[in-house]
Design a binder for this molecule. Structure first.
Ligand code: NAP
Length: 331
């Protein structure tokens, strides 16, 4: 495993992403929970030191599984625990943005309880909330930071201009943008920005919600409620076929390097400058590529060649707008 310095100490360059543990929209079974807990423990045993979760992942379910796994294993002090705030949900399960200070103060207590810990290493605002001035949210997180309940502040899905505004009121230690080879053009300005301001980057959806594992085909069916089959434009119609064709090219290229496509796709994220690439996983037997992406490097020319292969099939990249939860004022 490779490590990189960050404001909360050395972090592994691959972090475990636990979104899917809260479900992709389907009903979560107790078998799935057991597998998820095993996945977390095994990832730490593979020297992954960063775990990313959020209250919004299954209405607290993912956080509870992380808390349980760390408690049972005694691994809490081996990991950098990253969670989020600023998304709430109503009785019908509709998730919406809410970064009001009064909400955040309650949220941090609820997360500490679900995670069975008395501090959170990285506390990230999940999505910017245009209903609440950035100054108010930033000042509130600064207070929580000063209280010692959190050790660092992160911002996810914020633009560089929004981060500039935030930095007038509170520090930003981490950002969490989406970053993978199928969507890089949309977020490429965030890496130089972070480097200039000494901010560490946790890149999310490193494998484009699983597509870059190379196991999906045009006949792959996703469960009802799974956004990959219903809302994500990369997974729909002709776009899906174009993305699969790009993945096929990358698969052939991976073979020439003696690697698998998910390994070179993860490596590409790391070699483009992301501090820690989040690897989404909820099954222990799916953890293999974590080791396979940290024992080699891609040169800048190899990274460019991979981007060229993708651009042949996906000339216009489509983004993550479908993921964005509504504002309270839009409900
Ligand atoms: P990803 O790493 O791009 O893809 C993960 C998915 O790949 C798994 O859940 C799994 O689906 C699928 N998969 C298919 N074939 C596989 C194989 N052979 N081996 C392993 N997995 C396979 O994940 P992501 O979950 O979208 O993103 C990673 C993490 O980033 C998240 O877990 C979360 O922590 C974070 N994230 C943050 C935001 C944000 O707004 N800040 C948004 C999205 C994600 P199944 O679950 O169906 O097995």
């Amino acid at each position: 495993m490779e490590y990189i310095n960050s404001p909360v100490g050395a972090i592994s360059r691959v972090g475990l992403g636990t979104w899917a543990m809260g479900g992709w929209g389907e009903v979560i079974t107790s078998e799935a929970d057991e597998m998820a807990v095993e996945t977390i423990k095994k990832a730490v045993e593979m020297d992954v030191t960063l775990i990313d979760t959020a209250p919004a992942y299954g209405e607290g379910h993912s956080e509870k599984l992380v808390g349980r796994a760390l408690k049972e294993s005694g691994y809490r002090n081996k990991v950098i625990l990253a969670t989020k705030c600023g998304l709430s949900w109503d009785d019908k399960g509709t998730v919406y943005r809410d970064s009001r200070p009064e909400t955040l103060k309650k949220e941090v207590e609820a997360s500490l309880e679900r995670l069975q810990t008395n501090y959170i290493d990285i506390y990230q605002v999940h999505w910017p909330d245009a209903d609440v001035p950035i100054a108010e949210t930033a000042q509130c997180l600064k207070e929580i930071l000063d209280s010692g309940k959190i050790r660092a502040i992160g911002l996810s899905n914020y633009t560089n201009a929004m981060i500039d505004e935030w930095r007038k009121y509170a520090p930003v230690h981490f950002i969490q943008p989406s970053y993978n080879i199928l969507e890089d053009k949309l977020f490429e300005n965030q890496i130089p920005y972070a480097q200039e301001h000494g901010i560490s980057i946790l890149g999310y959806s490193s494998l484009c919600r699983g597509m870059l594992h190379g196991t999906y085909t045009k006949d792959t069916k996703f469960n009802d409620g799974d956004m990959r089959g219903e809302k994500d434009p990369k997974y729909l119609g002709e776009n899906f076929l174009n993305h699969l064709a790009a993945v096929d090219e990358l698969k052939e290229y991976a073979k020439t390097l003696g690697k698998k496509v998910d390994e070179i796709a993860m490596r590409w994220v790391l070699d483009k400058g992301v501090s820690c690439a989040l690897y989404g996983c909820r099954k222990p037997h799916h953890l293999g590529p974590i080791a396979g992406c940290t024992d080699f490097k891609l040169s800048p020319e190899q990274c460019d060649y991979m981007s060229y292969l993708v651009a042949k099939h996906v000339p216009v990249q489509v983004g993550k707008e479908y993921l964005a939860p509504p504002l309270m004022s839009e409900l």
